[in-house]
Design a binder for this molecule. Structure first.
Ligand code: SAH
Length: 456
C-alpha cells in the first residue's frame, strides 16, 4: 500500500489537535502523523521518525508559525520530562482540549447526543497543586541523578524544581542530593541492582503543612542516617515524619513492603473539607486537594441526598467519598480491593466519629452482587473505578438493583463513555457530565457524571 510519507522525510505540517499523550496531531493526505514538540496551531517542518500502517510519528525541526496558544513553559525541562504534556499550552486552551476530549468520547463512544457536557472546571492558579511527590534517584557515570522519568522511558531527567509540586518537594530533593554528594551515598543503579537510595517521596498537607518524607532504599541501612535526619529537620521545620521504606527487589514497583519510621510519627493528618484523614506511606490519597473538594462537592450535589438514603461507594479507596457522603445519607456501603486501604478507611471513619459507614474488603465484582443477593438495595450508587473502568458484573448489578441515581467519577473518559453506553442501554439516562481539571499541565482529565433511572 502506498503511504503518503516514509521514514526520514521532511514535511510541512500544521498541528490540528493534541493526542492524549500530549503529542501534536497533523495530517498529510488524511494520514495521521503524531508530532513530538508540536502543539495545536503550530505550523512547521517535521521529520518523520516512524511509519506504521495507520499512522506515522515525527518530530518538529522548525516551527515557522508558532501557535497563538503557545506559551513559554515555566518549567525548564517540560519538553523532556514525561510528567507534563501541556506546559507549552496556555491554560484556557488546555481546558478546552480536555472538554473536547470528553465531548468526543461521550458522543462517539457512548453515542449520547443530548447528554450535557459542561466546560472543564479549572484552577485559579494551575501550578504547585500536588500534595505528593515521587521522584526516582539514579546514578549515571558515577553522578547522582534525582528527577522525573523522561517521556516514554525510565531514564531520569535531573530536576531542580517541579512547578506542579508543593515547594517543599523541591527543597527535600535539594537537601537529599547535597547529603548524598557530601557523604558519597549512592543512587540506585537499575542495571546492577546496586546503590542505596531508589526514590524520594513527599506527602504534604496543604491545610496543616505537615510533611512526611519517605526514603526508599535498596539497603537495610541508610549510611549516615542520623546526619540525613539532622540535615532535613534542621532545614525544614514542619517535618512530622521520616520513613525509610526498604525495597531490595529488581522491580519497577516504587515501594517495598517494609516501613521503618526513622523520625517522628508513622502517619500524618490531612483534610478534605472538614473531614480528617490519616495518611500512611502506602495509602492512596487524591493528589490535588483543591480540586478534590470541587469534584467531591459536585458528586455530593449530583447525589442530592436528603438524609434517608442508602448509598454504595464502589472503589472507595481509603473511604474519602464514603465519609463525604455519610453525613447526608442514612447508610453508606464502601467496597475496595486493597486491604490496607479498607483498614485506613475504617480508622478514618472512627477518627471522624462516623458510624453509618460499612466497609468491605474485596473486589467490587465479587462483593457488590453478594450484597445485592442479601437484599441490600441502594438509592444512589457512586462509582470511582481505576482507569480500566467498571467490571460488567458491577454494571449488571446496578441494572438489577435499580438505584434511582448513579454518580460516576472517572479519570478516563474513554472507559467512562463505554460504561455510560452500557448503562444507557439498560435503563439509565446520563443527564450531565462535569469535567474537573485535577492535573493542570498534563493531558489528564477527571469527570463526574449524573445518571438517573428512567421510570418505565
Ligand atoms: N474513591 C477513592 C479511590 C478511587 S481510585 C478516592 O477518591 O480516593 C480507584 C480505587 O479502586 C483504588 O483504590 C483501587 O485500589 C480500587 N480498585 C481497583 N480495582 C478494584 C476492584 N476490582 N474492586 C474494588 N476496588 C478496586
Amino acid at each position: 500500500m502506498d503511504l503518503p510519507v516514509k521514514k526520514d522525510d521532511v514535511v510541512d505540517i500544521e498541528i490540528i489537535d493534541m493526542s492524549h499523550e500530549g503529542l501534536g496531531v497533523g495530517k498529510i493526505d488524511g494520514f495521521t502523523i503524531f508530532i513530538n514538540d508540536g502543539i495545536v496551531g503550530d505550523k512547521g517542518k517535521a521529520k518523520i521518525t516512524k511509519v506504521k500502517k495507520n499512522f506515522a510519528e515525527g518530530k518538529m525541526l522548525d516551527i515557522y508559525e508558532p501557535s497563538i496558544h503557545r506559551i513559554e513553559s515555566k518549567c525548564k525541562i517540560s519538553h523532556l520530562c514525561g510528567g507534563c504534556q501541556f506546559q507549552e499550552l496556555d491554560y484556557n486552551k488546555q481546558l478546552e482540549i480536555k472538554t473536547n476530549k470528553v465531548i468526543n468520547d461521550i458522543r462517539k463512544i457512548a453515542k449520547l447526543e443530548d447528554t450535557v457536557v459542561h466546560p472543564t472546571i479549572g484552577m485559579d492558579s494551575p501550578f504547585r497543586y500536588r500534595n505528593k511527590g515521587q521522584v526516582p534517584v539514579g546514578i549515571y557515570n558515577d553522578k547522582t541523578m534525582i528527577g522525573f522519568y523522561k517521556k516514554g522511558s525510565h531514564e531520569i531527567v535531573d530536576t531542580k524544581s517541579c512547578i506542579i509540586q508543593h515547594e517543599l518537594n523541591d527543597k527535600v530533593i535539594e537537601i537529599v542530593k547535597e547529603f548524598m554528594e557530601k557523604y558519597d551515598v549512592k543512587g540506585y543503579d537499575k542495571r546492577t541492582n546496586k546503590g542505596v537510595i531508589r526514590h524520594i517521596l513527599t506527602k504534604v498537607s496543604f491545610r496543616t503543612n505537615d510533611l512526611m518524607i519517605i526514603i526508599v532504599t535498596n539497603t537495610k541501612k541508610i549510611p549516615y542516617k542520623d546526619e540525613l535526619i539532622d540535615t532535613l529537620t534542621s532545614k525544614i521545620p514542619n517535618i512530622k515524619s521520616i520513613v525509610q521504606n526498604i525495597n531490595t527487589k529488581k522491580t519497577n514497583l516504587v515501594m517495598g513492603e517494609k516501613n521503618i519510621t526513622i523520625y517522628g510519627e508513622d502517619k500524618i493528618i490531612d483534610y478534605i473539607g472538614d473531614l480528617k484523614f490519616k495518611i500512611s506511606p502506602q495509602s492512596f490519597f487524591q493528589v490535588n486537594p483543591i480540586q478534590t473538594e470541587v469534584l467531591y462537592n459536585k458528586a455530593l450535589e449530583y447525589a442530592d441526598l436528603k438524609g434517608n438514603e442508602t448509598v454504595f461507594d464502589i472503589y472507595c479507596g481509603i473511604g474519602t467519598i464514603s465519609l463525604f457522603l455519610s453525613k447526608k445519607a442514612k447508610k453508606v456501603y464502601g467496597i475496595e480491593v486493597v486491604e490496607q486501604a479498607i483498614k485506613d478507611a475504617r480508622e478514618n471513619a472512627k477518627l471522624n466519629n462516623i458510624e453509618n459507614v460499612e466497609l468491605y474488603d474485596g473486589t467490587a465484582e465479587d462483593i457488590f452482587p453478594k450484597l445485592y443477593d442479601k437484599g441490600i438495595k441502594a438509592d444512589v450508587v457512586v462509582l470511582d473505578p481505576p482507569r480500566k473502568g467498571c467490571d460488567e458484573l458491577v454494571l449488571d448489578t446496578i441494572v438489577k438493583m435499580q438505584p434511582k441515581k448513579v454518580v460516576y467519577v472517572s479519570c478516563n473518559p474513554s472507559t467512562l463513555a463505554r460504561d455510560l453506553k452500557y448503562l444507557s442501554e439498560n435503563g439509565y439516562k446520563a443527564l450531565e457530565v462535569q469535567p474537573v481539571d485535577m492535573f493542570p499541565g498534563t493531558s489528564h482529565v477527571e469527570c463526574v457524571v449524573l445518571m438517573s433511572r428512567i421510570d418505565k
